[in-house]
Design a binder for this molecule. Structure first.
Ligand SMILES: [Zn+2]
Length: 275
């Protein structure tokens, strides 16, 4: 009998267990170069938007930007829309996005996401260069990548590759499904970058590999294999997206669930009782 999509959600931890190996540092425990919590910057203005039933509070920290705040708001909205379309709904009900202008820089510099901050299930800090252009925002992948993280709890350091791998794999697909990135671009970039995730001759697996390439592209390669495996077993009628949608639809754990080495199996347990 053909397995249902919830059963494929159950496959995720099994697939996870089939891979030996490690990662970069967990996001929850690392504030590199910062002397205060990332969410404590003073805010000069705020806008609240609603996307697929989720409330997104966009806070602007002190600093100049060449582009307008409305350009930034539209950028966040476009990314949130793509992520909600991919998962079928927003993985969390409330999100806070802190936009931190960085003087004399250009482009979207970095994004980082944490769970459970000051009453918000998800908090994302985006560092945006002062001279960022509208075209920079149109080309940016970072905002979507960060919001993709909302659907998965922070994992132990050994499994950080799954957090980044899922976000790396899903982000271009979500943007493509939302119509803001062409399929040719998606597959061109995946084809160009996936080989970076191939293990070296002495690597012991993802849990033991600490490089950036293994964490992001090794993790993405794992997700591609998981996706193809599900599609092979369902005559291409279902894929990884269906499994992730089932978890989100069932109210499974998300970024708000906090770090735990057991959180992924725990995320799946409610689904076992439902199936
Ligand atoms: Zn990430």
């Amino acid at each position: 009998m053909k397995p249902g999509r919830l059963e494929y959600a159950l496959l995720l931890p099994m697939l996870l267990g089939s891979v030996t190996a490690a990662s970069a540092s967990g996001r929850m425990t690392q504030f590199p170069g910062l002397h205060r919590a990332p969410w404590s910057s003073s805010v000069t203005s705020t806008q609240v938007i609603h996307v697929s039933g989720a409330e997104i509070q966009i806070d602007f920290a002190h600093g100049d930007l060449d582009i307008s705040h409305n350009d930034i708001v539209q950028w966040v909205k476009t990314a949130a829309n793509a992520v909600s379309l991919f998962y079928g709904k927003s993985p969390v009900a409330r999100v806070r996005v802190l936009v931190l202008p960085i003087a004399d820089e250009a482009g979207v510099l970095t994004g980082t996401t944490w769970g459970n901050v000051d009453g918000f299930p998800a908090f994302t800090r985006m560092r945006v260069g002062q001279h960022t252009t509208e075209q920079d925002l149109a080309n940016d992948w970072t905002m979507t990548h960060e919001l993709v993280h909302m659907a998965l709890p922070s994992l132990s350091q050994n499994h950080h590759w799954l957090e980044e791998g899922l976000a790396t794999y899903i982000e271009p697909i979500a943007r493509s499904q939302a119509g803001t990135l062409s399929p040719e671009k998606v597959w061109g970039e995946l084809l160009r970058n996936m080989p970076k995730g191939e293990p070296g001759a002495t690597d012991q697996g993802l849990n033991q590999a600490h490089s950036w390439a293994s964490t992001y592209w090794g993790g993405a390669l794992f997700c591609l294999v998981a996706d193809v495996s599900i599609r092979e077993q369902t005559q291409n009628s279902e894929g990884l997206q269906d499994a992730l949608r089932a978890i989100v639809a069932a109210g499974g754990p998300s970024i708000r669930s906090g770090p735990s080495p057991e959180c992924l199996p725990r995320a799946i347990r409610p689904l076992e009782h439902r199936s």
